[in-house]
Design a protein around this ligand. Structure first.
Ligand SMILES: NC(=O)C1=CN([C@@H]2O[C@H](COP(=O)(O)OP(=O)(O)OC[C@H]3O[C@@H](n4cnc5c(N)ncnc54)[C@H](O)[C@@H]3O)[C@@H](O)[C@H]2O)C=CC1
Ligand SMILES: O=C(O)C(=O)COP(=O)(O)O
Length: 386
């Protein structure tokens, strides 16, 4: 029986993939083997010794202390693409709503309630909300992953000229992009041409304040900026200065902060990008499957800190070792197994930066001391025998 702790509300459709015969879902568990999380901030949370894996039902993992997890042999998963459609649809909505001043216009129209001159006031007042059409305008997309590629393709369908910047684009994302999306090698190639700019990159130390005073200065006057990725990607002080000077005409952001709220030209939604029943289900189902397969079989799919390793089980027992990516690790492991008269039926070793994972299916008698012996090799971080 594995204990899974949830730190946010996780779709019941996903939780149902963790049958009660094998998994106990306990939101108060002190010693869980698995954690299911959405946006809860885990940086200050102690990581219990029992914890083997964290599955983020969503894309961004900046709420999880990845390095500490890696050092403790805790596998962190996310659910790539599972909520991308929800975010992309909201971004398209925000592109239109921002350009056509819909939020202010709706609020203004609400204020007409109770008047007997509504029809007349509407026709007189509407001119203050005139805003440009998207067709024929240029959209710059920073980050062409699951979300950015969908936004880019949707914008092409709306008749926009679309420019894309992503120096690390995956082959899958590149295949999924419309051929009409123009490739920009640097932000400098892209920014001066954009009427609208949207960012879809992960928040990392290297992407913090991607939109800052320097990059904003390169933009066209009156650019409309959208940020449905993470608040920290934009330097809010620089953005507000640019709004003040007219460099930025509008900022639509999914991450409200004190300085953004109440500012004319800024509209914030409350981190709504992935909040659709479809996305919540997709993410929870994928996260539950990743957690279950790792806990039961040691298979790793969609990990952000360990290499993906997934093999059908071949008889006998399975030995899973997370270890430092160091010379001698594999011979130390196989040496112990040989001395223990175990036959290796299947073995996979993969590494990711400084960390490696070795998965072995073995036949033979497993002694009570084997796990301790394997844990005793210098590079070993976490050993499980399933
Ligand atoms: N508002 C919301 O509710 C949601 C927000 N997000 C945010 O959106 C981000 C992107 O999500 P996905 O598209 O699903 O992720 P993804 O991993 O599919 O795509 C990210 C893309 O950014 C690119 N990239 C990384 N560093 C870059 C850089 N310095 N410059 C340009 N491109 C760079 C990568 O090559 C990749 O193609 C997430 O990391 C998360 O922070 C994701 C889902 C929901
Ligand atoms: O998937 C992401 O990165 C998100 O930002 C979605 O967050 P949420 O699961 O809605 O709290």
């Amino acid at each position: 029986m594995y204990t899974i702790k949830t730190l946010n509300a996780i779709s019941p459709v996903g939780l149902a993939k963790l049958p009660a015969s094998q998994f106990e879902i306990d939101n108060e568990a002190a010693a869980p083997q698995g954690i299911l999380v959405r946006s809860a901030d885990m940086h200050e949370m102690p990581l219990p010794e029992s914890l083997l894996a964290i599955a983020r039902a969503g894309a961004g993992t900046n709420n999880i202390p990845i390095e500490e997890c890696t050092n403790a042999g805790i596998v962190v998963f996310n659910t790539p693409g599972a909520n991308a459609n929800a975010v992309a649809e909201l971004v398209v909505g925000a592109l239109i709503a921002g350009s056509r001043n819909m939020v202010d216009a709706v609020q203004w129209a609400q204020g007409l309630k109770g008047r007997d001159t509504i029809a007349k006031d509407v026709e007189k007042g509407k001119k203050q909300f005139v805003g440009p059409e998207l067709r024929g305008k240029t959209l710059g997309v920073i980050g062409l992953g699951a979300i950015g590629a969908r936004v880019a393709n949707a914008a092409v369908s709306l008749g926009m000229e679309v420019l894309g910047y992503d120096p690390y684009i995956s082959i899958d994302a590149a295949w999924s992009l419309s051929r009409s999306v123009q490739h920009c090698v640097t932000l400098g190639d892209m920014l001066p041409r954009c009427d609208y700019l949207t960012i879809h990159v992960p928040y990392l130390p290297t992407t913090r304040h991607t939109i800052n005073a320097q990059t904003l200065a390169m933009c066209k006057d009156g650019v409309r900026v959208l940020n449905f990725a993470r608040g920290e990607l934009v330097d809010n002080a620089a953005l507000l200065d640019a709004l003040d000077s007219g460099k930025v005409a509008h900022y639509f952001c999914d991450f409200p902060t004190e300085e953004l709220l109440g500012v004319k030209g800024v509209e914030c939604t409350p981190h709504l990008g992935a909040s659709t029943p479809e996305s919540e289900t997709n993410c929870a189902v994928m996260a539950a499957a990743e957690l279950s397969d790792y806990l039961k079989n040691g298979n790793i799919t969609h990990s952000v800190n360990l290499p993906d390793v997934s093999q059908p089980r071949v008889g006998g027992r399975r030995i899973c070792i997370i270890h430092k990516n160091a010379p001698g690790a594999i011979s130390a492991i196989t040496g112990i197994l040989t001395a223990a008269h175990l036959n290796i039926e299947n073995m996979v070793n993969k590494s990711k930066k400084d960390i490696a994972y070795t998965l072995l299916d073995v036949t033979g008698e497993i002694s009570d001391t084997l796990a301790a012996e394997l844990s005793g090799i210098e590079p070993a971080i976490r050993v499980r025998i399933l």
